[in-house]
Design a protein around this ligand. Sequence first.
Ligand code: GLN
Length: 465
Amino acid sequence: MLSGKRSVVEVVQYFIKSIESRSSLNAFLEVFEEDALAQAKQQDEQLQAGKTLGKLFGVVVGIKDVLCYKGKTTTAGSTMLANFKSIYNATAVQKLLDEDAIIIGRLNCDEFAMGSTGENSAFGPAKNAADESRVSGGSSGGSAVAVQAGLCHVSLGSDTGGSVRMPASYCGVIGIKPTYGRVSRHGLIAYASSFDQIGVMANHIDDAALVTEIIAGQDDFDSTLADVEELNLSNLKEDYSPKKIAVFKEVIESEVIDMEIKAQFLQSLDKLKAAGHIIKEVSFPYLNQIVATYYILTTAEASSNLARYDGIHYGYRSPNAKNLDETYVKSRSEAFGKEVQKRIMLGTFVLSSENYDAYYTKAQKVRRLIDETTQKIFEEHDFIISPTTVGVAFPIGYKITNPLELYLSDIFTVQANLAGGIPAISLPIFIHPKNNLPCGLQLIANKFQEANLIAFSKYLFNQYQ
Ligand code: GLN
């Protein structure tokens, strides 16, 4: 990543200046200027003394503001945690630091990672660097914009239903969500615990691969981590070998995809066919149910996860409360934004005893069907391919008044999180001819197939360079 021609201090100074000059993007909620420079200085001294540093020395990383970094504020984009200081490092952050990465700051996001546009942050939306009147995508909007605008080398985000891949698509960067159970969630502020996974954004696939490799692996603090072979993603070669790739008939027939993006997607399929890959149309009959299933299950988990922010255990406490009940009600009403409140209410509703079977149990069953159908597809295919999003980034404020349409924009990303948390990547491949805005191509692989996914992504990505 670094040529060795500049000192680490110079590199960090360069990024700090760039962040200042693009402050209108609202990508960073805080820049850790002093710490980053001190760390850089120390690395320069160690290098001069002939010491060997970690794999990420001099690499400047931004972290989504849902990841704990010891001694630093972590807000999850919410007033609820505006004054919360982390008392330990998230495992992913610790693993970066262990390899001498320089954490340059914390990045804006939708409140508690709930959103598809970045507009739900209590600190204002991050703006798309390709056109500042447009959304960044969400929920890891700041993470995508920071990489897009060259404000850090790589960034971490989190992906519960597409939050790494969707902003990556809108901002024209690479976004990878590893398999659920690959990266420890210790120190990641929870949204929906059976879906959440930390992911990586970068402009170069080798950078994304290396950082994914580093943050993956065993951790005593997360019992949901899978006991699998260590991930080895650095120095992977492009994989040219012919692949069997599934494309959903329902995606090809879908009328919600932007026409120009669909045309480019179909062209990319033709190109793959011409190169000897087998592209097979398969039916995925749950595409119409997938978004509803996702929102029933994630709101249920969120309502339980967010119960702890009650003004007593954690978070903001209303100064206007006169008794215990008021403390709960006012603290939560004053400090949670509208979207988070809506989801807590939805989640409480689907978990209530009268509605549990009709919604929650049913959605669990559909999740199972989605998982089984996806597994069947992988019996005969290496990957599933689709556009990452139905179109390009839209103007800020455009869809926020139409929540259903907004939820539907997650249609291609939520499958990976519902179907056993399989890994997926968004590659910046399409460019809309009318406005020159980017849109991603999504590849999904089976569980723990990150190495295959990245080796083939390298090939695919290079075809388009
Ligand atoms: N847009 C989805 C949601 O709002 C995904 C969010 C995420 O992956 N964190 O739930």
